[in-house]
Write a protein that binds this ligand. Structure first.
Ligand code: AMP
Length: 131
């Protein structure tokens, strides 16, 4: 069972920002930038192109709404999107608030306190609920 499935079942805590029947979005625990979020299908599939075409489109559609919420909640020039999966073999879309090129590189990391994660997640979730 992947760490993300454990988040989906509630076994592992997360800073959740959005959820529906098929997808969940929560903050990345080791973010490139404040507000860096992951969008994850509840079905545990390893690779993005292992999803059905329909599930792939639904994942991008849900990510669109989460990205809109991020843009409203976090001060940034734009939201970048990246799909990697080398660390966690459970499909996820990285949505990253960008101000500079280094924000999309996975070498520069920022530190957030628990209180900051809680506040960021609440701001993004409130925007998601308004979408
Ligand atoms: P990758 O599989 O290379 O796309 O990266 C996996 C991402 O998941 C990394 O950015 C990690 O910081 C993030 N991650 C790993 N475990 C957790 C967790 N328990 N909660 C939130 N994010 C996580």
């Amino acid at each position: 069972m992947s760490i993300f499935t454990k988040i989906i079942t509630g076994e592992v805590p997360s800073y959740k920002v959005a959820e529906n029947d098929n997808f969940i979005a929560f903050l990345d625990i080791n973010p490139n930038a404040k507000g860096h979020a992951l969008v994850v299908p509840k079905v545990e599939e390893n690779k993005i192109f292992g999803l059905s075409r329909d599930a792939y489109h639904q994942l991008l559609d849900f990510s669109y709404t989460v990205a809109k919420s991020l843009e409203k909640a976090i001060s940034c020039k734009r939201v970048g999107m990246s799909i990697i999966g080398l660390e966690v073999p459970h499909v996820h879309v990285h949505l990253i608030p960008l101000n500079e090129m280094a924000d999309i590189q996975f070498t520069k990391k920022v530190t957030c306190t628990h209180e900051e994660f809680v506040a960021l997640a609440a701001r993004i979730a409130a925007e998601f609920d308004r979408e």
